[in-house]
Design a protein around this ligand. Structure first.
Ligand SMILES: [Zn+2]
Length: 263
């Protein structure tokens, strides 16, 4: 909640904005204090509104050569709208990764990479290629350099701060990975938050599914009455709860432990 608050204070944070550049600096400054290696991947995306500078941030815990790699990802940009601060959509995913980074550092975990995506949101309209710029860029790079084949699982988080946590059983996701994570959640007593209502959402995980990485999207796409807080000025800090962040963190950490009990 603290990290989300800091990001929200920056205001609206669309791709290419000074506010998002400031947020990226905050993320990198804090990751630099931890035991991970930090890569800022700058690129220029061709959007319907022209070329926009974007940056993905990747934090690698443990030796670069560690295999298989587990990637936990989320976007940190918001839609462009002056009154939109994106507490949940953009804020919560980036904030959760910040806390997870601190916890991975303390636990001395290896083979876990965190990816912060720029440009998830559409610049004009979610159609054609006008979305998920950062994740498509990274997926293509990782497919080209062989990294993709070393990734055992990628779990993307999006809009997970909603105080009424209701995570979709997302249908595009890798079925075996989804089952595994839902089993972890159920064992921990979180079946009420990890629902079995199937729904299909286009999100950053698709970019990695397309290059053969088993990928899962954890998204609560039921935000306020009839999803009315989504992409509106209602997406503010008061709609979130620290318990929702704690549940998702607990499930992710238990999943990492199950995948690599030796650590
Ligand atoms: Zn969004």
């Amino acid at each position: 909640m603290e990290w989300t608050g800091r990001f929200v204070e920056l205001g609206n944070r669309p791709a290419g904005s000074a506010q998002l550049r400031r947020q990226a600096q905050m993320i990198v400054e804090n990751l630099d204090r931890l035991s991970c290696s930090v890569e800022v991947d700058r690129f220029v995306a061709a959007t319907p509104n022209g070329a926009k500078p974007m940056r993905n941030i990747v934090a690698r815990f443990g030796a670069e050569s560690h295999s298989p790699i587990i990637v936990i990802s989320g976007h940190y940009d918001t839609i462009a709208a002056p009154e939109f601060v994106g507490a949940n959509d953009g804020g919560s995913s980036a904030a959760l990764l910040m806390v997870l980074a601190e916890r991975l550092d303390r636990a001395g975990r290896e083979g876990v990479w965190l990816a912060f995506f720029d440009g998830e949101e559409a610049i004009v309209e979610w159609s054609g290629g006008d979305h998920t710029y950062g994740s498509r860029r990274l997926a293509q790079r990782w497919a080209a350099d062989g990294t993709a084949s070393r990734i055992g699982a990628l779990i993307n988080v999006d809009m997970i701060g909603d105080r009424d946590l209701d995570i979709l059983y997302e249908g595009n996701s890798d079925a075996a990975l989804r089952r595994e994570v839902w089993d972890v959640a159920s064992d921990l007593g979180y079946a009420a938050a990890f629902r079995t209502n199937l729904g299909y959402v286009q999100d950053d995980h698709i970019s990695f599914l397309e290059v053969g990485v088993p990928s899962l999207n954890l998204i609560d796409f039921n935000y306020g009455p009839l999803n009315s807080y989504w992409h509106t000025s209602q997406d503010s800090l008061d709609k979130l709860s620290k318990r929702s962040f704690a549940i998702v963190l607990h499930v992710l950490e238990a999943f990492l432990q199950r995948r690599n009990p030796a650590q």
